[in-house]
Design a protein around this ligand. Structure first.
Ligand code: UT7
Length: 345
């Protein structure tokens, strides 16, 4: 018996209401609208209120994805995030409960900015194995909670948000059916994107009750609970890995580069998007841009970019679409689908 294909049949998104412009950042940090726009393409990002956690964003996006799919139930929830509500338990079961989904399978996936594609591939695998008949796949992150308030290079880039899709069991030739995912990792580059302290290697209690006391434990200096990124090195890897994964996924689908109507890439940096398109010899206009309005929303960036592309008419039913992402780990991934007729919510 052939394994069932996973068919994307619903899309929902949510952004917290508070917008932070480049000029807002420039009032706090040594930066400027001109620098941020010219080096990243970003104009605005959204930041969750102090009382709002990742699960709150995920519930909003999940509810909208279910509405878009015309469903009030699914058999599982896979949630990609780097910023869970708590280190324990996972955030997905809470989200499933708050969405009224009952006692379904629910767990988190951690692959940083590639998280949504890892979660998508996991959801598709659960459907192919017959474990579930449908699954809600969510990418949600609240990076504002892990950014160093004094770090202009990360604060200029990241924003909060959530996006979700519904996958259902179906046929491999249906619109929305996912092709075989391409996933990869290279842990030798794990130090390029980190939140160093707060895990089992450097538990925060080691450093005293404040967690950021600056105490030196002899294990590498003061605690650092913040997100750190070696921007330049990450930039180069992101371009190579996203382009190569996208080309591999397209080849597996039997598509040439010319066949790719839309490349919806993780919205890391406009220069990265252009460099990925150039490396693939794909016209840049086939690569939708959303980061100018929301920044880099980590695990949420691909579903947010998909919804924006549909809303602006850039992505239409039938488009041969490749999704690709890169993030900490290092991790990367890509997958293909023919865009289905659906209304994002
Ligand atoms: O989502 C996961 C994957 N993430 C990515 O793919 C992000 C990849 N990296 C990038 O997008 C870019 O590397 C950044 C946007 C993070 C940085 O841009 P860059 O062109 O690589 O700049 P840089 O890191 O080489 O920094 C150049 C200068 C530095 O000053 P000095 O040392 O030359 O004096 C930075 O301190 O730009 C400075 N700088 C800033 N200046 C004004 C860094 N951030 C800012 C800022 N405003 N916001």
């Amino acid at each position: 018996m052939n394994a069932a294909a996973a068919v994307l049949c619903g899309l929902g998104t949510w952004l917290p209401p508070q917008a932070v412009t480049n000029d807002d950042l420039a009032r706090e940090l040594d930066t400027s609208d001109d620098w941020i726009r010219s080096r990243t393409g970003i104009g605005t990002r959204f930041v969750a209120a102090p009382t709002v956690a990742t699960s709150d964003l995920a519930v909003e996006a999940g509810r909208r994805a279910l509405k878009s799919a015309g469903r009030d139930a699914v058999d599982g929830v896979v949630l990609a995030t780097t910023t869970p509500d708590h280190p324990c338990p996972a955030t997905a079961p809470l989200v499933a409960a708050r969405l009224g989904l009952g006692t379904v399978a629910a767990f988190d996936v951690g692959a940083v900015c590639t998280g949504f594609l890892y979660a998508l591939a996991t959801g598709a695998g659960l459907i192919a194995a017959g474990t579930v008949g449908s699954v809600l796949v969510i990418g949600a992150d609240t990076y504002s909670r892990i950014l160093d308030p004094a770090d202009r290079s990360t604060r200029a880039i990241f924003g909060d948000g959530a996006g979700a899709v519904v996958l259902r069991s179906g046929g491999a030739t249906e619109p929305g059916a996912l092709g075989t995912a391409v996933l990869g990792s290279d842990g030798t580059g794990s130090e390029l994107i980190t939140v160093r302290s707060g895990g089992s290697r450097e538990p925060l209690h080691t450093f005293g009750t404040s967690g950021t006391s600056g105490a030196d434990t002899g294990t590498g200096g003061p605690a650092d609970p913040y997100f750190r990124m070696a921007g330049k090195a990450v930039f180069r890897s992101a371009v190579e890995r996203m382009a190569d994964a996208a080309l591999t996924a397209a080849r597996r689908a039997g598509w040439t580069t010319d066949d790719i109507d839309r490349l919806v890439a993780h919205q890391a940096n406009l220069r990265i998007l252009h460099a990925v398109a150039d490396r693939m010899r794909l016209p840049r206009h086939r690569c939708p841009v959303h980061l100018d309005q929301v920044g880099n929303t980590a695990a949420a960036s691909i579903p947010l970019a998909l919804a924006h592309a549909v809303a602006t008419g850039t992505l239409a039913p039938g488009h041969r679409t490749v999704l690709t992402a890169f993030g900490g780990g290092l991790t990367w991934g890509a997958c293909t689908l023919r865009w289905p007729a659906l209304t994002p919510a």
